[in-house]
Design a protein around this ligand. Sequence first.
Ligand code: ADP
Ligand code: ASP
Ligand code: MG
Length: 422
Amino acid sequence: MPTIVQKFGGTSVSDPDRIRRAASRVADAREAGFDVVVVASAMGRTTDDLIELAERISPVPDRRELDMLMATGEQASVALLAMALRERGCSAGALTGGQAGIRTDGVHGRARITRIECGRLERMLSRGEIPVVAGFQGTSEEGELTTLGRGGSDTTAVALAAALRVREQGGCCEIFTDVDGVYTADPRLVRHAVKLPRISYEEMLELAALGAGVMHARAVLFGEKYGVPIHVRHSQKPDSGTMISRENASMEELAVVGCALKDELGRVSIRQVRNAVGLQGRLFTALAHSNIVVDDIVQTEQGAATMIAFTVEHPDLGDAKQIVARTLAELGEGEMSVEVGLAKVSVVGVGMKSHAGVASRMFRALGDAGIGIHNITTSEIKISCIIDHAEGQRALETVHSAFGLGLGNSATVAMQIDSSRI
Ligand code: ADP
Ligand code: ASP
Ligand code: MG
């Protein structure tokens, strides 16, 4: 029987009724002839509540202890979901990430999956049982409990789907959530956002990394690397959805497929440091060792000295500051400053590779709306502008409408007659 992985997000298991409904989705898939591995997030706002609780005890909780605490959220929901499946007569068993064979590096709070030992899951499946795996967590080689970063249950699900080779068997990874697919922008922020029937891994990866919280970026990376088809669906109305798959020719017709906003950004700037050979490698390796994702790196020469600035998400700012301060102390020179309250608005599309005028259209639209741009970064398939946090939502709406994203394919037509290049 082909195997599928079904992942249920926090809102999809937020109370006993929803847990029962999630169990019926799983039972339906069993009846349709699939072996099912289930992954669940913590119920509703549990993870936020646990973090708040920790902060009432310690303003900056120890990361190892915080992992111990946060991991309990997923353990509660998988136990309840397994009970609901048993009530329906399905043979199911809840597993922690470690019990399911998920091994990670030892970086608490943002661990990365290093390998998956599938033996236990495969044995359960061969006995006709349904493993119900706690998302967002694993254990390090030292046996320490770790978590994968906020939203990490998606990554658990896609990584399991890759390890169990679901694609080779004609299966996929289904992400059940509180929205019926991937939209041209977060539908909570942009009223006219439109659902996309399909999107390439490349585009979804950029959108996720740039703030589209519907998927965890590392989940998309696993999907792309191992070719796992990912189907994003509504847990209550699962009829349609968005398929995340490899790029095909028709995807290139659209210059811009979607836009995203990341509004919790801080910028770290380093000044008065000599531009010695190896400086950049030393600094960014130290940040990478702590799994801190840095972005928007800018370097400018100032006489004999240099200035380097980069952005990180607010939750990573404390660690990033400490690492930079340590590196500057080792160098015996340099000054660090930190800004908060920044945001980043981005447009994404594989069609940008072959369409001109995307950047100019975005800059003009932001300018016409009176929104100042602090910094610009581009790749082959995205353009990002750093702006003030206070302008975030307006900027997102502005670029969404500038590319006609709420109106089906009008962006294609508009881009073909816009010949200006940046
Ligand atoms: P879950 O708990 O199921 O993992 P999340 O809250 O992590 O759910 O992700 C779903 C949310 O992602 C939606 O409610 C929506 O507000 C948000 N979102 C952000 N960008 C997008 C987008 N481009 N398309 C759809 N949803 C998006
Ligand atoms: N419960 C975790 C979080 O809230 C993981 C997840 O939902 O994917 O971030
Ligand atoms: Mg999520």
